[in-house]
Design a binder for this molecule. Structure first.
Ligand code: SAH
Length: 346
């Protein structure tokens, strides 16, 4: 049996340069190929026009370029685009382009399915199948950048890791993908325009702080009371708020980067005065802002968006204490592209 060809994008630039040296070519050829793979997003060796035919054949004989394929693109009436992205092994994840008047944001997935069990999230109902590779994350960004240029006449401006999966449970690959995205040999994007969102894995938040990452951190908080949080995000039992707080304090000490808390207000779950007071207390630990996200129902009606009055009470209380609070309206609901709705329905 012929040995399986390697995915060339799993190689570092140095390894590709080495391959050429070993094949009696110049190391520089490796730089050219690397640029095709990452900067120009080449899908085939054939398209590498400044590489000789015989060299392309050598590449073809030794490697494959595993590439994602956008299987289906859906466009919402509000301009939001959702891509169903097929991976080389046939699995599917989703990513979303969210346009506003001033920016285009890509919301990308980090895992196929999710191993966490947030009870209000559609992705949680899919079993976690596997982690995405760095190139699979990178490709989602590239596809959205292309769509942004095509449909909105401007490049992608921001990235949020708020698609399927828990990015901190696929930390190494997320970091490698961000390296490529921010590198001048990739998209050259500023890390300040990238936000990694986590359900709150304390150990990994500390690791990120130690790694001195330059992107931003968002935490899906949803409740600052342990019992309530555990009832809607059961893994909170293992990672209680005390540990989360300690990790966030450590993060801020090391990075001086303000944290965003994502928070949905649900009827009968976290819409009482005690819930607001607990959030105010939690917000006092580390410099932060709060994004109140509109709830996107995921069918069985167990969770319902709280009344406007309840949401207003949150806003008033936070503002009175001087905290920044934004209300995030959902986008792309008609195509199931909003927060928590990514579940490979189609
Ligand atoms: N696992 C990561 C990233 C993915 S979720 C995290 O938890 O942060 C992206 C955001 O959507 C999270 O803040 C999540 O709590 C929120 N979310 C999940 N389901 C939702 C729903 N049905 N309506 C609104 N927001 C939801």
């Amino acid at each position: 049996m012929k040995p399986k060809k390697k995915d060339i994008r799993a190689l570092t630039k140095e390894q590709i340069r080495q391959f050429f040296i070993e094949n009696g070519d110049k190391a520089f050829r490796g730089n050219q190929v690397y640029e095709w793979l990452w900067n120009k997003g080449a899908h085939s060796f054939d398209g590498m026009t400044n590489i000789s035919k015989s060299t392309r054949q050598i590449l073809e004989d030794n490697f494959v370029i595993n590439h994602i394929r956008v299987d289906q693109m859906q466009r919402s009436t509000d301009g939001t685009i959702k891509n169903a992205v097929r991976l080389h092994d046939g699995l599917v994840v989703e990513s979303v382009l969210i346009p506003t008047p001033t920016r285009t944001t890509a919301c990308v997935s980090s895992q196929v399915g999710c191993s966490l069990d947030c009870r209000f999230c559609a992705t949680a109902r899919l079993k976690r199948m596997r982690n995405l590779n760095p190139d699979e994350i990178y490709d989602q960004v590239l596809a959205i950048d292309n769509e942004s240029r095509l449909y909105h006449n401007r490049p992608l401006s921001n990235i949020v890791f708020m698609g399927m999966g828990e990015p901190l449970m696929n930390y190494n690959n997320v970091l490698k993908a961000i390296d490529k995205i921010t590198s001048s040999e990739g998209l050259g994007m500023s890390p300040k325009r990238i936000t990694v969102s986590t359900s709150g894995v304390p150990k990994m938040i500390k690791k990120m702080a130690d790694d001195e990452v330059k992107f931003k951190l968002a935490v899906s908080l949803h409740s600052a009371i342990d019992d309530v949080r555990t009832s809607i995000m059961p893994f909170n039992e293992k990672f209680p708020l005390k540990d989360l707080r300690e990790a966030l304090e450590y993060w801020y000490q090391k990075t001086k980067s303000r944290i965003t808390y994502e928070y949905v207000v649900w009827k009968g779950i976290n819409d009482a005065r005690k819930d607001i007071d607990a959030l105010l207390q939690f917000c006092s630990y580390v410099p932060c802002k709060v994004n109140l996200i509109e709830y996107n129902p995921i069918d069985d009606g167990e969770f319902q968006q709280a009344s406007n009055t309840a949401t207003d009470n949150y806003i008033k209380a936070l503002e009175a204490k001087g905290f920044v609070v934004n209300v995030r309206r959902s986008r792309g609901k008609d195509i199931d592209a909003a927060c928590g709705q990514l579940a490979n329905k189609s």
